[in-house]
Design a protein. Structure first.
Lengths: 315, 278
């Protein structure tokens, strides 16, 4: 088990180093001087020189990379050029919206997908199964931001159950805050729940046809019991993989949904920074999100080991 | 024929019909559209569907049906080219890794793929288009990069099994090099897998293009694109829902069609996979 964790940990660190180099190089290699891009076409030479010095652009590339990574390790993500506040604080404020949104939609995804997938697998080939699979097929194909707009028309404009956008803020209490995250979370969750339900169903059907399930049935377990006690646990590996990928997708996919609902999250921050040419903020937010994704992948791999003891003894 | 078998062939039929419909609309738009999409007609702006404008008009009085037809070009072109990038670079990489399987080169190629795979694609696409500037070309690059590891992994895993087969051994004995074997013997045998995956990536490309152009990072005006039409409709959705309804339906039906086509093709081309999916 220790060996397994250590190798995973090593690959986590290597991935992070590679990712930081890649992001740094993308900003670096791209044509144009980042300071010039940030200041726009009408920049005065002296402001340009001042910003270049402030960003450390007069230093060699390796030094700048090390300074950037070193700073991040200390929680210093640099200072935003447009907001004149530390990027770490900007990110912290926005994360208070984006992270709960991602978790909320992940929860919805799992809560919808598990029963639906299991139900469909248990009734394979029936009319109900066909109907569910048809609906999930639609769910996979629907663009989530369009679905979000349709929900705004129905639930915000016509029924007036929710507000059409904006965020109440956590200081207003848990319920108003969660309420303003509900429509965005549902919009994000529906396509993901459709995917997960399909994965759940096919993973279950795969394990249901295995010998150990047949043995369990032969011992007299009902189909439902065999499914719950034996097949489900074994179907969890592919399901966990997808959930891990989905969490990163939800965290990142939020950037478009946040735009639909005018939520002050990381997505809005990225777009505002992009239109303000604030590359320091863009670079750091992207690195943070990549870090989150790589970390989640790592946690999923640890979760495999918990679900499947065979993996613990090293591959 | 059992009901499930019928459903499978029905997937193929519906998928092919929907895909054909939108590809046909895109092709037709080169020759004919009901109205010129660059022509504003303020007198007839925001009109609901009618006999004159089947799907209504937008806030500049442009015909929505015509815009959807021309927008189909943008969506399809971006998605096809992005799949092209993914296949064009990913397949050779995967075949190369399989030919030198378990060597350092294989390891480097596959870990590189893992890395790209681990990136949140949407965010990197946003970053790339933000720095290079928003345009359809940059959207293609941004989406295409994330197709590379998909095809590299698929080609490698498909090819690995083939390298142990007798016909490859025969080719090696005949003195053919690894590259020639990869392209002459391995590639034709994994083509089915690649076609099915290509269809799926195509549909994901359509969704990604719509998302990018919705946030203003795709094709720029006056080129119509479905995502941009949705973005334009957003502030008017309470009194002009038709402006949001039809472009969204176009995206939904195209993606649905491609997904069904992919499922149908998989069942048709790869009978081994049938068991797992029924």
């Amino acid at each position: 088990m220790t060996r397994y964790i250590l190798t995973r940990l090593l690959s986590l660190v290597l991935s992070l180093v590679a990712a930081s180099v890649a992001i740094f190089l993308v900003i670096e290699i791209l044509p144009g001087d980042p300071a010039a891009i940030m200041l726009g076409v009408n920049a005065q030479p002296d402001t340009l020189a001042a910003l270049r010095a402030e960003m450390g652009l007069d230093q060699p590339m390796v030094i700048r990379y090390l300074a950037w990574v070193g700073g991040m390790l200390h929680g210093d993500f640099g200072t935003s050029y447009t907001y004149h506040t530390p990027v770490a604080k900007l990110i912290g404020d926005r994360l208070a919206v984006s992270l709960p949104l991602a978790l909320f939609s992940l929860l919805l995804t799992v809560v919808i997908a598990f029963p639906v997938g299991i139900w469909a697998a248990a009734r394979r080939g029936s009319a109900a199964d066909t109907l569910i699979m048809g609906i999930t097929q639609l769910g996979v194909a629907i663009p989530n931001f369009w679905f979000a707009m349709l929900m705004v028309v129905l639930f915000a404009i016509n029924l007036r159950w929710f507000s059409a956008g904006g965020f109440a803020g956590w200081d207003k209490g848990l319920l108003p805050a969660l309420k303003s995250l509900t429509l965005p979370a549902v919009a994000l969750a529906l396509p993901q729940a459709s995917i997960l339900a399909r994965v759940m169903r096919s993973a279950l059907l795969d394990t249901l046809s295995e010998d150990f399930v047949r043995t369990a049935r032969a011992k007299g377990l009902s189909r439902a019991k065999a499914l719950r006690r034996h097949a489900l646990r074994n179907a969890l590996i592919p399901v966990l993989t997808i959930i891990g990928m989905q969490f990163s997708f939800l965290l990142a996919g939020g950037i478009i949904i946040e735009n639909v609902f005018y939520l002050p999250g990381l997505g809005r921050l990225i777009f505002q920074s992009i239109s303000a040419r604030d590359l320091i903020t863009v670079e750091s937010v992207v690195m943070l999100l990549v870090f989150a994704v790589i970390l989640v992948n790592f946690l999923v791999e640890l979760a495999y080991a918990l679900v499947d003891p065979r993996l613990r003894s090293g591959r | 024929m059992s009901p499930m078998r019928f459903l499978r062939s029905r997937n193929l039929v519906i998928g092919a019909l929907l895909t054909g419909l939108f590809t046909g609309a895109a092709l037709l738009s080169f020759l004919w559209v009901p109205y010129d999409v660059t022509q504003m007609d303020i007198a007839h702006k925001i009109k609901p569907p009618s006999g004159v404008h089947w799907l209504g008009t937008d806030h500049y009085g442009r015909d929505i049906l015509s815009m959807i037809m021309v927008g189909a070009r943008t969506s399809i072109a971006v998605a096809v080219l992005a799949v092209g990038i993914g296949m064009g670079l990913g397949v050779p990489l995967g075949l190369w890794a399989a030919a030198r399987r378990f060597s350092l080169l294989d390891e480097v190629i596959m870990r590189g793929n893992d890395l790209v795979f681990a990136f949140p694609s949407l965010i990197i696409a946003v970053m790339i288009t933000a720095i290079l500037g928003p345009s359809a070309t940059n959207a293609i690059i941004a989406i295409g990069i994330f197709n590379i590891p998909v095809f590299a992994r698929l080609s490698r895993s498909g090819a690995l099994g083939l390298w142990n087969r007798d016909f490859i051994l025969a080719a090696r004995v005949a003195g053919k090099g690894a590259m020639r074997i990869s392209f002459e013997h391995v590639l034709p045998n994994i083509l089915n897998l690649l076609i099915v995956q290509g269809t799926i990536q195509f549909s994901m490309g359509i969704l990604a293009e719509a998302g990018l152009s919705y946030v203003g990072l795709g094709a720029q005006p006056p080129t119509p694109s479905w995502g941009r039409m949705l973005a334009d409709s957003q502030t008017m959705i309470s009194f002009a829902p038709h402006m949001a309804l039809f472009p969204g339906l176009a995206i939904l039906l195209t993606v649905l069609g491609l997904n069904l086509l992919g499922d149908g093709l998989r069942d048709l081309l790869d009978p081994k996979l049938r068991r797992g999916r029924t």
